[in-house]
Every structure is written in structure tokens, then in C-alpha cells.
Design a protein around this ligand. Sequence first.
Ligand SMILES: *[C@@H]1O[C@H](CO)[C@@H](O)[C@H](O)[C@H]1NC(C)=O
Ligand SMILES: *[C@@H]1O[C@H](CO)[C@@H](O)[C@H](O)[C@H]1NC(C)=O
Ligand SMILES: *[C@@H]1O[C@H](CO)[C@@H](O)[C@H](O)[C@H]1NC(C)=O
Ligand SMILES: *[C@@H]1O[C@H](CO)[C@@H](O)[C@H](O)[C@H]1NC(C)=O
Ligand SMILES: *[C@@H]1O[C@H](CO)[C@@H](O)[C@H](O)[C@H]1NC(C)=O
Ligand SMILES: *[C@@H]1O[C@H](CO)[C@@H](O)[C@H](O)[C@H]1NC(C)=O
Ligand SMILES: *[C@@H]1O[C@H](CO)[C@@H](O)[C@H](O)[C@H]1NC(C)=O
Length: 746
Amino acid sequence: MIWSYFVLLALGLLAGADEAVYAPGSGALASGWENWSWSSTIDFASTSGPASVEAISVTAGSYAALSLYDETAFANNFAGLRFDISGDQPDVSLSFSSSTDSDSSASIPLSAMSSSVTSTSWTTITVDFGNLPGNGGVLPADSWDRINFQAGGSGATFYVTNIVLLTEIIVTPEFLSADPLAGNIIAVTSQGAVDFSQISAKLNNATVTLKKDATYSPPDTPALTITYFTMSKPLAPGSLVITAGDNTTFSHTIPALKYGTINIGNVKNISSDIYGVNFPTDANYIELLGVTISRWGGNAVTAYNPFGQFTNAGNDWYFENRIADPPDADAWMGWVSGAQSKSLLTVPALDWVSKDSTSYSYPKTVYPAQAAYDPYNSNAGNGQFTNGSWVPPLPQTNVYEPWNTSLAAQWLSGLTHKPDIVTVDNEIEIASNTHQDMHPDPMGYDEELQRVVDTATMAKSVLPNVQVAAPSTCAWWFYWTSSIGYTDNAAHNNQDFLPWFLTQMQAASTKAGKRLLDYLDIHYYYAADTSANDAAAKALRLRMTKSLWDPTYIDESYIGTSVPAQWSQPNPNAVWLIPRMQQLIAQHYPGTKLSISEWSSTADTDITGGLVTVDQLGIYGREGVDSATYWGTVDEKGPIGLAFWLFRGNGTYFGSKSVQVNMANRDEDVLGVYASTTDGKKPTLVIVNKDVVPVNLAISNIPAGTYFMRHFGGAAGVAKWQTMVTISANSNLVVPAYAAVFLQQQ
Ligand SMILES: *[C@@H]1O[C@H](CO)[C@@H](O)[C@H](O)[C@H]1NC(C)=O
Ligand SMILES: *[C@@H]1O[C@H](CO)[C@@H](O)[C@H](O)[C@H]1NC(C)=O
Ligand SMILES: *[C@@H]1O[C@H](CO)[C@@H](O)[C@H](O)[C@H]1NC(C)=O
Ligand SMILES: *[C@@H]1O[C@H](CO)[C@@H](O)[C@H](O)[C@H]1NC(C)=O
Ligand SMILES: *[C@@H]1O[C@H](CO)[C@@H](O)[C@H](O)[C@H]1NC(C)=O
Ligand SMILES: *[C@@H]1O[C@H](CO)[C@@H](O)[C@H](O)[C@H]1NC(C)=O
Ligand SMILES: *[C@@H]1O[C@H](CO)[C@@H](O)[C@H](O)[C@H]1NC(C)=O
């Protein structure tokens, strides 16, 4: 007895005890903790919260934070964090950071921990460092010494108390979900040591036998487990009830079959360059998501000075110079191509680049009475009066030094690692807004063309193998006009901008004796408003992928209702993006490829954003887009990362040829079915169910055999699930609500 007590005590000492960070009654942080907050009004002894429990009250401005610093870094010595919070579902995110190496963990939005935080009571939140809310990941090893509760852009008001670092998280064994999948599978997720002998299922009231197959815990989310059961009968329309233990049942209605067929003899090449992202984080990321092309781009590269590795944020952040992030484009292309990704490099093409890492264009001391100042630097203004006018005079030489094609040539020719593709600046047509301090006058057709021709000519002379992509136009509106407006259309024979641009680039190429434009490059952001993110907005988000291809889909945005008389596009209320661009290319500069170097799902952290991304990658392949890079850095473990992983994860790829799919009812508001092959015999399928109920497909010509299956979504949630399944001849395929599946014949 005494001995075991001693052992437990010793274990207790080894494991350490829970550590209070803040406890009510003391009016202060626990000893060893310091207040490292910023831009916030904070009271460490407030009793104004629910039930007058003493708490830290926080009123945080835009992106400001309650930040608690541990003098002896807590690092990875704890299993989790618990706290009580109160407020009207404040827009606040939790993160951990290290003051020694400046690392920061991913931010966990409060909404991923609880969606029912109120100002009238306390909500207790426990964060498991081995199963982080939102993505199920693990808090990486690091010298963590700060806990941050950071507000979003509109600030946040909240109370927090009883903050404790925990040595142990107790996981209650529990069945979390049981989804029907593929032809005869039930996929069961669980936590802790559940008893699988308790699982049984009834299909249309008849008991079916379940055979337990593989159990899998994804390396990214080791606390999550899925177990696949094979049913003794195939899934069929009707009711499916899975009972897991005494009190847990999962009920599904399997709908009637939807019929279709694949025609593996009818194929079209898929460009592998459609699976790109902007700024991948590292080589491992490229490998695990199967990224094929990486872009160095965005508003913050327009002012990139490669000789000092500085840049300027422009209108995105108070026109402030900074060290570029990442700093060295040459080194970046080195590791990107070392990881087998192509590189797409933006070459600045205005007349200035950043001269240092510290200056900013509009200091309050020089330009008083500006409308807004950087919350982290009260002297850096936004360059505008409160009435929206820009403050004169121009500050260019305060922050910039001259730039031209000779300097660009010097840079490109000196690179150790050459880009595969260069783009001519970024959204240059709106420079008078995004980079007003550099280029205050609205850019017109002629100036834009001249800058593209000059940069392309320079790039092709110093890098003979490089491909040029331009004009990287920001959005639909500017595909057809310039920042000058309709008078500019009128001055160019009433031609819309992009067709005019293609014609001119063909003429310039003929004159130069070589092709100066290899890719027509555009950015595409959906114009419909899905920001409400309610059921209707989600359904809209999921069906608006039809704007990429469907000539009958009237865009559910301003595009669908209003067309300026000065434009001359056919079928102008439908975006019909890819075929429209391909047709313009065929008419105005045949042989040019199509690139979409920025696009986005509109919801990076929502499952529907992941489903849109799956759908869109499928559509890019089917419709023949030549290159595409998602904006911006995709969270590898979030819904968008999972969409890339579905097509290309960890060395297993969707096929290189798109196989024709014929559905009796295409139903593409709620369903995407994409088929491919590499060897002309074995198919790979991706099915995305965008509906809130399961789908049950009968697709003929899918060969019987063993298939590698990956999936995410449904009740199984956001994790990289995978297994092997057997598909029998004429098997139907069930995909749960809001889920995506990849099936590759072995
Ligand atoms: C904590 O830090 C914030 C931000 O610097 C400051 O406003 C506040 O007064 C500090 N509170 C205490 C009690 O030190
Ligand atoms: C299943 O059983 C329930 C209740 O026993 C009954 O109402 C229902 O009609 C049955 N369904 C089928 C498909 O047999
Ligand atoms: C099921 O619910 C009953 C009554 O609420 C409870 O007594 C029992 O422990 C529960 N069983 C399980 C396995 O949770
Ligand atoms: C399709 O890809 C193959 C292999 O890369 C190539 O040989 C063929 O020319 C391509 N076909 C077309 C129509 O581009
Ligand atoms: C905006 O305010 C500034 C400063 O008061 C003034 O100089 C400018 O004329 C105003 N602009 C407009 C359009 O009213
Ligand atoms: C480009 O800028 C550099 C540095 O200001 C200057 O020396 C050079 O003459 C310029 N080249 C051209 C072609 O304007
Ligand atoms: C990637 O594949 C390798 C080799 O098959 C495997 O060892 C590794 O665990 C996989 N990684 C992930 C994150 O799935």
C-alpha cells in the first residue's frame, strides 16, 4: 500500500500537476504569468461577468488580443487547456505562440469550440492538444510560452476565467457517427476504447450481418478513428438504422437510385497543372497534398524588391514596407521545384519597388487627419481623408525606389532557380486602388498592354524557356473594361478588354517573331454573396460552380441581372467561364492556354468550401483548364486541403485523362461525378455529394474489383479517411450528405 502510494506520487511528480493560469479570487494572473496583451482594455479583477464570478474582462480592438505569457514555457508539458468564457459568441480565436522562436500555432476560432457562448452564463471549453478543435490535429512540439485570445477584424468583448493547463484529458469512449458508404460499407467513427461487438444494423427492418474490416487513424489526426464494416447485403433504397451500444442509433434514408454511365473509351487530357496553390508552406505540404504548381503572387508582390527582399503591403495594410514573406524568391523556387512542383513567379511591372523594410507611405506626422491608422503602428495611415479622397502629395520616394525592365532582367538572369512561368505583376488593372501610392492614375488598355509586352519581351529574352501568363485580371468586371471605364472601351473600337488584349498580344508576338503570351491568366472569385453562410447561402455556394461551365446558369449575383451597354459579350448574364475564355482564345489568339492563378471556394474553414473545391478541381479537369492555383495558402488539414488531398494526396493521383460521364439527370446543383483513367483501362472516380441527404448512384461500366477509397465529410467530418473496398459488378455507390469520395481501381 505504502509502496504503491509512493509509486503514484512519483508518477504524479513526473507527469506534473495541472497549472492554474488564472483563478477567480486573486484579481491577477497566477504567479509566473505576465500580461503581454496588446491594444485591449483589460481588467484582471472584473466581477461584471455572469454570477459575478471574478474574471478577466477583455475589450479588444481590431485583431487585438489578451495574451498571457508564461515565464517558464509550458511547451508540450500539458495535455490540454480548459477555460470558462462568456460573451455574445465573440469573434475570438485561440492560439499558442513562442516568444523564443516567434512560432505560432494555427488559430482555433471560438466557433470551432462552441457556437453557443452567451453573455448570460459561463461556457466551459476544454481544448485537447491531441485533438484540436476544428481540424483534429495535434499541437506541434515547440517552446510554447504564450496563450492568445485574439479578436477578429471587428474586435471582441468577452470575459474569461478559470484558465487551467491540464495534465490529462479524459476521453469518454463513444460512437460518434456511422455513415453508409460505397456499395456495402458502414463507416463508423469513434473515440476511446469502444466495444465494437455492440454494433448492429437493420436495412429496411431486416438485420444485416456486419463484418469488421480495417480500422484507420489518419497520421494528421491520430485521436480520430474510423472503422469500416462490410454489410452482408448491399446498401439499398429505404431505411438504414445502425445501433451502437445501448443508447446510440444512427438513422439514414438511402434514396432511390440515380443512373449514369462512364465511357472509358472517351477521354480528354487533364492538365496536371490545375492542382496548384499560392505559397505552399513547405516541401512536405507539396507532397502530402500533391501540389503540382506553386505561385508567388498576390497584392504583396507588386512592390517586391528582390535585391533587398523588401515589399509593401499596399492598400491591404496601410501601405507599409516590410521584409517579404517569404523573403527570397530564388530560394523559394529552389525548394518548390525540389519538391517536384512547378513555379509561377510574379515579376513586378509598375515603376517602383520597396526601398526598405520599415518605411510607410502615409505617416500621420506628415499627413495628418487620415481616416484610419494601423492599430499596431499609430503613425501609419491608410492614405485617405475621412471623405475617402486620397491625401496629397504622392509619397513615392519615401518608401520606394525606381523599378524597370532592366532591373527585372538583371534579377531574372541572376536567378539560380528559374521559374517555369512568369506573370506580369498582379491585378495591375486596379493598381490605382491597391497601390495608389505608386500608381495613382487609373490604368487603361494601352498602358496595361505596353507593360505586359515589355515585361514578356524582357522575360523571354533572359529566360528563353519561360512561359508568360498575363494579364492576371482580378475579376469579371475588369475582364471587359479598365479602371478608366467605358470611355476606354469606346476608344478601342468598343472592344471588351480581354478579347482586345488577346488580339494585341497576337500582333505583338507576330512582330516579335515569337509568342509573348503563353497563358491567358485570370483570377476568378465567385460574385454571388454567400457570406451569410446559412443553409440557403451554403446551397448557393455549392451550386454556383455551374458558373464555371454552364451556359444556362444565370449568375446569382449582379452579373445575372445587369449588363453595361458598353460591353459586347454574348450570353452576358451567364459567366460560363471556361468555355467563354476558350472561345475568346480560339477567336483572338489561338493556341494560348488558360490559367486561373487565383480562385477560392468562398469558405476555407467550412465543409461546403471543401466540397466546392472538390467540384471545381473536377470541373477544371473535365473542361480543360491548363493551369490553376488556389488563393491563398490552404490549411493542409482543413476542408480545402482535404479537397486537394482527395485528388492528389500523398502520391496517389486522380487519372491524367478525363473520362466521359453521362448522368440521366446531371443534377449538378447538388452532385458532381468525375471519372478519369491513366492507363485507359482502370478508372478513378471522384464523387462529391453537395446535397444535405445521401446520394445513391447506379453508374454502369465501373469494373468490379478492389478499389482504394479516400473520403472526407459527412458525419465522419473533416479528416483524411482511407481504406480498400471491393466493388462488385453493377454495384451502386452511396455517398453520405456533404461528403466527397475518391475511388481508384487497383
Ligand atoms: C495588460 O496589457 C494591456 C495591453 O498592453 C494593457 O492595456 C493593460 O493595462 C494591461 N493590464 C494590466 C493589469 O497590466
Ligand atoms: C419497419 O418497421 C416499422 C415498425 O415496425 C414499420 O412501421 C415499417 O413499415 C417497416 N418498414 C418496412 C420497409 O418494412
Ligand atoms: C443508456 O441510458 C441509460 C438511461 O439513461 C443509462 O442508465 C445507461 O448507462 C446508458 N448506457 C450507456 C452505454 O451509455
Ligand atoms: C494528351 O497527353 C498525351 C501524353 O502527355 C500527349 O502525348 C498527347 O499529345 C495529348 N493529347 C492532346 C490532344 O493534347
Ligand atoms: C476630402 O477632404 C479633404 C480634406 O478635408 C479635402 O481637401 C478634399 O477636397 C475632400 N474631397 C472631397 C471629394 O470632398
Ligand atoms: C532602370 O533603372 C535603373 C536604376 O534607377 C537605371 O540605372 C536604368 O537606367 C533604368 N533603365 C531604363 C531602361 O530605364
Ligand atoms: C504517406 O505515404 C507514406 C508511404 O506510403 C506513408 O508511410 C505515410 O504515413 C503517408 N503519410 C500520410 C500523412 O498519410
